[in-house]
Design a protein around this ligand. Structure first.
Ligand code: PHE
Length: 450
């Protein structure tokens, strides 16, 4: 039935698939975006909606994406084309693949800008400006850096070039090796930071902020943000995981892999929150400080530690790597399509995809300086608009369509065969993808937009 291998290569084992997919999932979304979005939306209640979305909507859709990918063994656009044919469904479902590729460009464009900030911070940390810095100083350093169009564009370009270089060389070899060492290192360093936050004197305040469920603070828009964050952090709804699934070994269990990926990803996000919020409270910063939150709190923490400069440099190096292992997966759906469609090399595909995303990213690079007054969506800079449209609309919509397709239109023999389940487990999976996930997303959309 389905092809045993993809033309783009294969992960060498189930573990490598899990590491690569976790590498995609764990990134700026966990360390940078989760804490600041939770902070802007009041903390605890946001977190519980986010967790509910991860488990009830995220894991079923994650599994669906992997199974579609492994069945189709191609880029999402071509996988959807093949699967609609074999299942006798309408070819319009290919839309999932097209919108996903587009979302990849949109996300990568601003993702690269923020990843560039993180890379620049390797050197800011190394320069020692944060030694014994207070909140005001750290905020100023961030404002100065992001206020410089030249510096931001430079680092955005460097990050995009690195991404291009890695995807061009083929990911199986280089990427597998990178993730294997860096993911555990990042985890360990986060634990060191949690230890530091525990001694900040404000740890319980941070815990309370993240885990006290005060639903009065949560708005309808906040629920949409929580759902969007769940999709973003799991890399769902745009075909990244579908593409990675296409390279997954035939016999590996999809459901248990999906659960592991979700657990790894969620623990990284919660740990980041447990580092950042105690430091926010200990330093008199605002929990709703926005995108600069990580770039202000983390340097203060390291600045006051002995050996902090070293650990601070390490931290931003690891964040940059976490960003690269995610960026690669943003490129892959469009890249794989280019290679299949035009029968060209990965190198050419990488150059085209990364150049387009780079150009689009200039808009976001300028959003913190010369373009800060330019609004695309009402009241939102170019950067904010890219983030809003991709995370709050494209990813949930893509995810909803993926669930509907898997649940209702894909041949259900494929589902059972790919997931290797039957009976009660299969019924539960179907209930989740047919009803819970699409209705959940649908209700949030209706509540927000109507
Ligand atoms: N999951 C990544 C992160 O949290 C971002 C991402 C989104 C990557 C969508 C791929 C696809 O940083």
């Amino acid at each position: 039935m389905s092809a045993p291998e993809s033309v783009h290569g294969m992960w060498s084992s189930r573990l490598m698939f899990i590491l690569a997919a976790s590498g995609s999932a764990v990134g700026l979304g966990n360390i940078w975006r989760f804490p600041y979005v939770a902070g802007e939306n009041g903390g605890g209640a946001f977190v519980i909606v986010y967790l509910a979305c991860i488990f009830l909507i995220g894991i079923p859709i994650l599994s669906s994406e992997i199974l579609l990918g492994r069945e189709g063994r191609q880029s999402p656009i071509h996988t959807m084309k093949t699967l609609t044919k074999t299942s006798g469904a309408n070819g319009a479902w290919q839309f999932i693949g097209w919108m996903g590729a587009l979302a990849g460009f949109v996300i990568l464009s601003y993702y690269s800008v923020v990843a560039g900030w993180a890379m620049a911070y390797v050197f800011e940390m190394g320069s020692g400006v944060f030694v014994n810095a207070d909140g005001a100083t750290a905020s100023q350093v961030f404002a100065d850096f992001t206020g410089s169009p030249g510096k931001v564009v430079l680092w955005h370009s460097i990050f995009m070039l690195l991404t291009m270089f890695i995807v061009a060389r083929g990911i199986t070899e280089g990427l597998e090796r990178t993730v294997k060492y860096l993911m555990p290192a990042l985890f360990a360093l986060l634990l060191v930071l949690v230890g530091y936050a525990m001694n900040s004197g404000h740890f319980m305040e941070g815990v309370a902020f993240l885990f006290s469920f005060d639903f009065d603070k949560l708005t309808g828009a906040g629920v949409l943000m929580a759902m969007g964050q769940a999709f973003f952090t799991l890399s769902l709804g745009m075909g990244a995981i579908m593409t990675y699934g296409a390279y997954m070994p035939k016999d590996a269990s999809i459901l248990s892999s999906a659960t592991s990926i979700a657990l790894i990803d969620t623990s990284m996000a919660l740990l980041s929150g447990l580092v950042i919020f105690p430091l926010v409270f200990a330093n008199g910063l605002e929990s709703s400080a926005g995108p600069g939150l990580m770039f202000v709190t983390i340097p203060i923490a390291f600045g006051s530690m002995s050996g902090g400069t070293f650990f601070g440099v390490m931290f931003f190096v690891l964040v940059s790597f976490a960003a690269i292992t995610s960026a690669i997966s943003l490129v892959e759906p469009a890249l794989a399509w280019f290679v299949e469609k035009l029968n060209t090399s990965r190198r050419n595909g990488a150059i085209v995809v990364c150049t387009i995303a780079w150009a689009l990213g200039l808009g976001s690079a300028f959003s913190t300086n010369i373009g800060s007054e330019l609004y695309l969506l009402p009241g939102m800079t170019f950067f904010d608009s890219m983030d809003y449209v991709s995370n709050n609309i494209m990813l949930p919509l893509g995810g909803m369509l993926i669930a509907l397709f898997t649940g209702w239109f894909l041949s259900q023999d494929i589902v059972a065969r790919q997931l290797q389940i039957s009976g009660g487990k299969l019924i539960m999976f179907k209930v989740l993808v047919r009803f819970v996930a699409p209705i959940g997303v649908g209700l949030v959309f209706i509540n927000t937009f109507i």
